[in-house]
Design a protein around this ligand. Structure first.
Ligand code: IFM
Length: 726
């Protein structure tokens, strides 16, 4: 029996349900901010989706629309034969199965009780982790115990260099070989992007007297094989340690892999595990949110925080987290606003160093954003809607909808421009929370200012109405494309330009030499600043007088109303039901849009009454067609004191990955929903926010939460916050 405390730190799967494999492979992903490995079985399973992803290794294969994160050779395979019969879950007899992801230790364990065709029963346990201490190291252990009769165990560890991205090949010159009697290696180079990669594994039995045979198999699947005779109740244990390097982190990945493996072997497997667990203890000490009185919410929050933490790069500021983290092929590993507005806040407040890495990724990619603005005929920097390693726009222009095969023009890469402001917002929040002036003066300010330069050139002045407008946009609600004057975008642009003028004033006084450099490079002049001030004053924000709420965009209230409460029970998104084109004319929204604005602007959005009016209208017509939506709604509902509604939405957000509520977890973890859940808890229920240069909490805890405890960093100092039910 596991204790309550242990249960809230682990995700269990028992019994084995083959039909849920695509889901469990994703949620049991292990990673360390460098690599992410889906939880496919060591021995394989029919229909599995093997995926070994390393941040930044993108490639654009010939004939494909866009680049994608490349699936590396699979380092996981370990096959076991019992008296010559191959162990697999779809063969023999399975008497028992349990898989557990220990979130506290970030270790995945699996135990099975299995009988072969000749009646030999064995207990097999597997363990794996991606070392948080040594980020290039993956560690696996397998132990086989004979139970009822003597048998001979043959265990084969290999690296599978035949992997593709669901049929799309990215590798040239893949070579597999062995080194000495217990090491194997696969090296290769991606085709278009020419990243070199080396994956080297060592495989060792604990009992060195076991007969070890090393064979170089088919060149793309080198293997090490060990054979051990076992008496009943005897156990044979084997350790596999893998080192992964690429030309993104080493001039010679093969030499680096060899060196990493030497160091890891010298340390020994148990010491690697001890250090890994200790490192995780440090991260959890800062990022854990303890909830007393709600085991389900507690586990869900630890699960989602785990997934953000395993995806966040530790030592590389040239990469960022894709929408599906490193846990699946969804969105081809591309980086969206999901990172800055949904995942970064958790890190800004609890792991500022990691938040900084992610914001630096945007800084380094300013050249791509400048290209995008220039190509569209504007000034400044317009960040790509979908971004990879180059910082250039990588949104596909067309997609094919399954199963109909209908081809749809994707406009987000052209007109979902609010991402530039979202990034500026994340930079400002990071600065406000951390006070990291070195970052802000040298990098952050440039992001905020150059994206402001873009908006200054993008908005259109309408002399007949003496106001600035913003035509042809997509707001967060992507069901309505190329609309005019998105209230979200226009409001955020107004916030952005006002902020930019304040940043400019500060910079000129605090860092005059940086200011004069930026003035020259970005073309910031008194005239430009005066224009920004004018835009702030005259930016048009659509308003619906009749309802006393913001109008989501021009003409929104004239769309065809629909009573969503009648379209139940429903799991399919409304645009899939109504059709992409038809949905444009219907008053149903995909995700938090005005509600998102309320989350970001807080009290600045308006009075409590105004916020409630907007909530009452917009929260009733959203179909949460995007996983980004429920957590934002939960956050806002909690701030409005609608705690029961907030809790339902929080539970919905928590179920997205854990319960596969949207049926698409196969594609990877919904990173934004994961980061959003933390925001719903901390910014929503705890009511943490910045006010007058300090932080405040204004809790609205769900009735059954006895207490909530977490740590935050504010201006470099750690604070503990403990809230109890009244
Ligand atoms: O960025 C999101 C967008 O807001 C909704 N569609 C999915 C994208 C990636 O998660």
């Amino acid at each position: 029996m596991t204790s309550l405390a242990e249960r809230t730190w682990q995700i269990d799967e028992a019994p084995f349900v083959p039909g849920k494999l695509a889901h469990t492979e994703t949620i049991f992903t292990v990673g360390n901010g460098y690599m992410g490995l889906r939880a496919t079985f060591e021995e394989g399973y029919p229909g599995e989706l093997v995926s070994t992803l390393v941040h930044g290794i993108y490639d654009h294969a010939a004939g494909e629309l866009v680049p994608e994160l490349v699936n590396l050779p699979n380092p996981l395979p370990i096959t076991i034969e019992v008296d010559g019969e191959v162990f697999r879950l779809d063969r023999g007899t399975l008497y028992g199965y349990r898989r557990t992801l220990n979130l506290k230790e970030a270790i995945l364990r699996r135990g099975v009780l299995w009988r072969n065709g000749n009646g030999a029963i064995v207990q097999i346990t597997f363990e794996r982790f991606a070392s948080l201490e040594l980020e290039h190291v993956l560690a696996q252990r397998v132990a086989v115990r004979a139970l009822n009769k003597p048998c001979t165990i043959t265990v084969t560890a290999s690296i599978d260099g035949t992997q593709t991205n669901e049929g799309v090949g990215h590798w040239t010159s893949l070579i597999g070989s062995s080194e000495g009697d217990h090491r194997i290696v696969v090296t290769g180079k991606t085709g278009q992007s020419a990243y070199g990669v080396a994956i080297m594994s060592s495989f060792m039995p604990h009992d060195l007297s076991a007969s070890v045979q090393t064979v170089t198999g088919g060149s793309l699947q080198p293997f090490v094989r060990c054979q051990v005779p076992l008496e009943p109740e005897q156990t044979a244990t084997f350790d596999k340690v893998t080192a992964i390097h690429s030309t993104r982190d080493a001039a010679d990945p093969l030499a680096a892999a060899r060196q990493t493996l030497d160091a890891a072997e010298a340390r020994g497997w148990d010491s690697l595990r001890t250090a890994h667990v200790a490192e995780w203890a440090r991260y959890w000490d800062d990022s854990d949110v303890e909830i007393e009185g709600d085991e389900v919410a507690q586990r869900a929050l630890r699960f989602t925080t785990y997934h953000v933490l395993i995806a966040a790069p530790r030592h590389d500021e040239h990469v960022s987290i894709g929408a599906k983290t490193l846990s699946g092929p969804g969105y081809k590993g591309h980086v969206f606003w999901d990172t800055e507005l949904f995942m970064v806040p958790l890190l800004t407040v609890t792991q500022p160093r990691l938040a900084r890495n992610l914001l630096m990724y945007r800084y380094h990619n300013l050249p791509g954003a400048r290209n995008k603005a220039r190509e569209a005929g504007y000034e400044g920097a317009l960040f790509p809607w979908e971004s990879t390693d180059t910082g250039e726009e990588t949104t596909p222009r067309w997609i094919e909808v399954k199963p109909s095969g209908e081809r749809i023009r994707v406009w987000t890469g052209d007109t979902e421009q609010h991402i530039s402001t979202d990034i500026a917002y994340a930079v400002m929040e990071y600065w406000r929370w951390t006070g990291d002036e070195t970052f802000f003066a040298n990098y952050g300010a440039e992001i905020v200012l150059d994206t402001a330069v873009f908006w200054g050139s993008r908005v259109e002045y309408k002399p007949e109405r003496d106001r600035y407008e913003l035509p042809m946009q997509i707001g967060p609600d992507e069901y309505h494309e190329n609309i005019d004057n998105s209230a979200f975008t226009n409001s955020m642009v107004r916030w952005h330009l006002r902020t930019a003028t304040e940043v400019w004033d500060w910079l000129r006084h605090a860092h005059p030499s940086v200011a004069s450099d930026l003035a020259m490079r970005l073309g910031i002049s008194d005239a430009r600043i005066a224009r920004w001030r004018d835009i702030v004053e005259k930016m048009y924000i659509p308003y619906n007088q009749e309802r006393g709420i913001l109008e989501q965009f021009d003409g929104f209230s004239k769309l065809q109303p629909i009573n969503l409460s009648l379209w139940q029970p429903r799991v399919t998104n409304m645009d899939a039901i109504l059709g992409h084109e038809a949905t444009q004319h219907v008053m149903v929204i995909k995700q938090a849009d005005i509600v998102m604005l309320m989350a970001l602007l807080g009290e600045e959005f308006g009075s409590q009454e105004e916020r409630l009016r907007n909530w009452n209208f917009y929260s009733r017509i959203v179909d949460h067609g995007s996983s980004l939506s429920p957590a934002m709604h939960a956050w806002v509902a909690a701030r409005l004191g609608l705690v029961r509604e907030a809790y339902d939405l929080f539970s919905f957000a928590a179920s997205i990955d854990l319960e596969d509520a949207k049926g698409n977890v196969r594609d990877g973890i919904h990173g934004a929903a994961a980061g959003g859940l933390w925001q719903a808890a901390v910014f929503g229920f705890a009511g943490l926010r910045l006010e007058n240069g300090s932080f405040v909490v204004q809790p609205n805890l769900p009735e059954h939460w006895c207490s909530m405890r977490f740590h935050i960093y504010f201006r470099g100092k750690r604070h503990t916050i403990r809230l109890t039910a009244e």
